[in-house]
Design a protein around this ligand. Structure first.
Ligand code: FES
Length: 170
């Protein structure tokens, strides 16, 4: 199976070309409707998973707006991503409390375990790795989250165990 082909249990065509065509069709319904770009981008990200330049181009052409305008909106809002995202998002807190209590060590250990840099997604697309300023658990620093689950007083030596659960789930 090629890298550009997605799979799921339904019978839909998930090839890249089919996804782009679907995004084009969907965007066409919004042509001429002012202020619809963000909505179209959200839907496109839902369909494609992220917003690479080829997706942005389909949207720009279909809505008849400059590609630079689409790209500007995509880069402005943090909820849009131009890179593939992992199924789970890890956020290690580097706010003051967590930083002084070893947040940096957690970052280093995750980089080592997952072979990713901050902002990257693992090759198996299981995790996207990010850092955060504060996730509201300062009293029990250092903290990190994976999706909605917050982990407090994280010991870098226990990270492997934490991550293992997500491999087992998938
Ligand atoms: S500084 Fe890390 S949770 Fe607040």
């Amino acid at each position: 199976m090629g890298e550009n082909t997605r799979t799921c249990c339904c019978e839909c065509d998930h090839s890249e070309a089919a996804l782009l065509a679907r995004i084009g069709e969907l965007a066409a319904e919004y042509r001429g409707k002012e202020g619809s770009l963000i909505q179209v981008l959200h839907m496109a990200q839902g369909i494609y998973g992220y917003l690479p330049i080829e997706v942005q181009r389909v949207i720009a052409d279909t809505l008849d707006i400059p590609l630079a305008e689409v790209a500007g909106v995509v880069t402005f809002y943090s909820f849009f991503s131009t890179q593939p995202r992992g199924r789970h998002t890890i956020r290690v807190c580097l706010g003051t409390a967590c930083y002084v209590r070893g947040g940096k060590k957690i970052v280093e250990r995750i980089k080592e375990l997952l072979d990713v840099e901050i902002g990257e997604t693992t090759k198996d697309r299981l995790f996207t790795f990010e850092v955060a300023r504060c996730i509201g658990a300062c009293g029990l620093a250092p903290a990190m989250s994976i999706d909605d689950q917050v982990y407090k007083q994280v010991n870098p030596d226990k990270l492997e165990q934490i991550l293992k659960r997500y491999y087992e789930e998938d």
